[in-house]
Design a protein around this ligand. Sequence first.
Ligand SMILES: Nc1nc2c(ncn2[C@@H]2O[C@H](COP(=O)(O)OP(=O)(O)OP(=O)(O)O)[C@@H](O)[C@H]2O)c(=O)[nH]1
Length: 467
Amino acid sequence: MIGENMEQSGHSNHVLLLSEWQALLHQTPPTVHDILTGLGDEEIRHLVNVFYDYMLSHHESELFLSTEQVSTRLSHSMFQWLRSVLGSARQDLSQLLEKQREIGIIHARIGLPIDLVARGARKLKNELYQVLQAKETIPAALLSEIICFSSLAMDTAIEAMTVSYSPTYQNSMQAQEQYRLLSIYDDVNVERERQISALTSWENQFIYNIATGLPAADLIPLAKSEFGMWFSHKGKHLLGNPNMLANMDTLIKQADEHITQALTPALSPVAESRMAVLQAIRQLTGQIHRLLASMFDALVELENGKDPLTQLLNRRFIPTIMRREISLALNVRKPFILAMLDIDHFKKINDNYGHSAGDITLKTVATVIYDHFRSSDYVFRYGGEEFMVLLVESDLTQAKIILEALRQKIAALSIEVSPTQHFSVTVSIGFVDFDYHPDYKRLIDKADRALYAAKDHGRNRIEAHPR
Ligand SMILES: Nc1nc2c(ncn2[C@@H]2O[C@H](COP(=O)(O)OP(=O)(O)OP(=O)(O)O)[C@@H](O)[C@H]2O)c(=O)[nH]1
């Protein structure tokens, strides 16, 4: 549903930007387009160079633009971007806007802060104006038309990037936040038991006080109890469902209102009213217990970072972890290795031995993979029978030895799916070393291509992506 809404709003944004860009083209005299499309390669290259020199002089943007990348791919992309936006009168506008959307998605994926995009655009515009002003043959009125058009065209392109950036960025930030919280609460079940027991002990104390006629003033409101304090400071951030959170707030408030009543001197000595309060609180705490259980269940099911079958990391966390490792690798200039593993002919296992035998195979292979790597490496379940491993601070020579050893270890396994049935499996592995490009998706695609080469070359083998 959310996805659908996002798609709809993406579509209406596209329509709006398309019509406004078309209107801008029509209202601009053709000479403006002639001059802008006629800018020489040298002039565009000059703009690209000024832009990158400026961006590289800031530490925060330097991380995204390592020098090797700039000199090769990214400068080329920026060159194309300027040509296409300034020359938009000669372009397919719908395709051009689609391209901006893709750029926005890449920016979000690599975690490029949006203010850096705006800063870069400002620098580019400023330099472009100077290049144009230096052309003495352009009359002042025409110059102002050119500046106006190029500025609005760039703004429209950047707006189109930002539209796609926002939802993508929000999604990845949400996963990042969940991951951070999960690493604080590495054992959600322990936290669950602790809070159930905190709530129960508050309830017991309350019943004891009421039943033994102790002064009502000794009662601690639920909101101020250990459970209440935990809920308002930590639980609310950990247990993210807004409806459930609001329900919990209401129940705690209702419980405390009953306690305030019990504290009223006119009511507290009367045994009947004390019993009424006791019943009301018991009923409310019953509801709080049930709600707390559902909140923790939802957390375990939906927000657990682990894949339920294999206990490996869920692929949802790939963007967060890849971004972090890329930033570390760029800082320390040490590459990492990305490997994709796929069980060969896995479908046959399901077909010959049944789906639960397939599940046992997946679990067994996942455990072997997990145990094979260092605790600093990351092992994800990438898809059905596909796994992804990130070996931190490793190079191709080391990876080759480690991955070959893993291949052999898996091929030597005897997988027992019943006392009478056992068989062996093999895996194909593709791997690649980090190429200092900030977009992790490119790296995953390369590792995937290497995996398919390993499959093509006969399976049960490892294959590095060619440099
Ligand atoms: N038992 C089980 N099977 C799964 C699971 N996830 C995916 N699969 C199955 O994995 C099979 C994957 O088959 P394919 O993609 O054709 O690949 P393959 O048979 O391994 O062949 P190659 O990869 O080409 O060597 C499909 O039949 C899926 O139904 C799962 O969690 N449990």
